[in-house]
Design a protein around this ligand. Structure first.
Ligand code: KG4
Ligand code: ZN
Length: 334
């Protein structure tokens, strides 16, 4: 079969990214332009600034992607783009760009769900084999999902309140750490010891998650210590929080592996860049004799390579989109 090259576009939050992906699993060229340095000044992503920066930069990002290869637009078989979920204004920049390229160069258009992207990033490591268990941990998602086949998802458990990435960011914020908080907590925790006494989520056998109790406990602890004029031992607090947050992921994933008899586990989403999480899941996989896949760190957080991977099964099914689809800020994949 002829090789398939997909040009993929991701602009759902504060990264403008474009990739060329071969056969759904090989990253030929990727550029990721992050806006973190700008949004840092505001303590979080400012949607209007994000969409303006996407429009200013997206053409340059496209030029950059092609400049790193011998390919031209003629070699591209389809254009893929993230259409949900995310910031509406940011998504729309990518979508309009993708529609224009598709129309001008007469290439089929494929719309991709952002979370499918995070999951399919695992194809960049090793082609996913089904059935498998997926743990999705991002800024908006904490989910345990069984995949029976391409795009066949069955949710076993999800967060009842806050997503784990969101909690990392809020805990970091109350500790006066810069945006985005997850990587800051990750770094600090390495230097600390889990000496703060924080509540563990409820010890039940359900596969749903709840992180709001842990989040509130950290916020209250910091406020109380501040009121008393006490210094926070930030590294210790980061380690205390992170141990509980990640150990809960491990506990529930172990339960899900037992319940499903699954021998394959993949992890997806920004929080899977976390060092402690990666170490603990490697231990779990060894103990449970499970094949584990976590994307390399650069493919854990937002990037267009994962969108190209997730578009490939849709390309094979000729699941193409016309120009009428729109962005959606929230949309369930499962
Ligand atoms: O998947 P992602 O890039 O965007 C969404 O789709 O939400 O995930 C972003 C989330 C943020 O909450 C960020 O703080 C968190 O992933 N994150 C991390 C790390 N890197 C990113 N959390 C913990 N440790 C990290 N190293
Ligand atoms: Zn993401």
């Amino acid at each position: 079969m002829k090789d398939v090259y997909i040009l993929a576009i991701e602009s759902s939050c504060d990264e403008t990214s474009i990739s060329i992906i071969k056969n759904g699993c090989e990253d030929i060229s990727t550029t990721i332009l992050t806006q973190i340095d700008t949004h840092k000044n505001y303590g979080g992503v400012v949607p209007e600034i994000a969409s303006r920066m996407h429009s200013e930069n997206i053409t340059m990002v496209l030029e950059d992607v092609f400049s790193k290869t011998d390919l031209t637009i003629d070699d591209i078989d389809a254009i893929a783009v993230t259409y949900a979920p995310g910031l509406l204004g940011s998504l729309l920049v990518g979508i309009e760009f993708a529609k224009t390229l598709s129309l001008v160069y007469k290439k089929p258009l494929i719309k991709v769900h952002h979370i499918a992207g995070h999951i399919y990033a695992n194809n960049l490591v090793d082609k996913m084999e089904f059935p498998l268990l997926a743990l999705v941990v991002s800024g908006g998602h904490t989910e345990l999902v069984v995949m029976e086949d391409d795009y066949k998802f069955k949710v076993l458990g999800q967060t009842l309140d806050d997503a784990i990435g969101e909690v990392y960011d809020k805990v970091a914020k109350v500790m006066d750490l810069p945006y985005p908080g997850g990587p800051q907590i990750d770094k600090l925790a390495v230097e600390g010891k889990p000496t703060y006494d924080l509540p563990k989520p409820m010890n039940n056998d359900e596969l749903d998650f709840s992180y709001s109790g842990l989040k509130s406990a950290v916020i209250n602890l910091v406020h109380n210590e501040k009121q008393r004029g006490n210094e926070i031992r930030k590294a210790d607090l980061a380690a205390s929080f992170q141990n509980i947050a990640v150990d809960e992921l491990i506990r529930k994933t172990k339960l899900a592996l037992e319940q499903t008899n699954s021998k394959r586990l993949i992890i997806a989403g920004g929080v899977s860049a976390n060092k402690y999480l990666r170490e603990e899941f490697a231990k779990l996989a060894e103990k449970e004799n499970v094949k584990l896949s976590i994307p390399p760190i650069k493919y854990c957080t937002d990037n267009a390579a994962m969108i190209g991977c997730a578009a490939y099964p849709l390309y094979l099914k000729k699941d193409f989109s016309d120009y009428t689809f729109n962005a959606a800020s929230t949309l369930d994949l499962f």
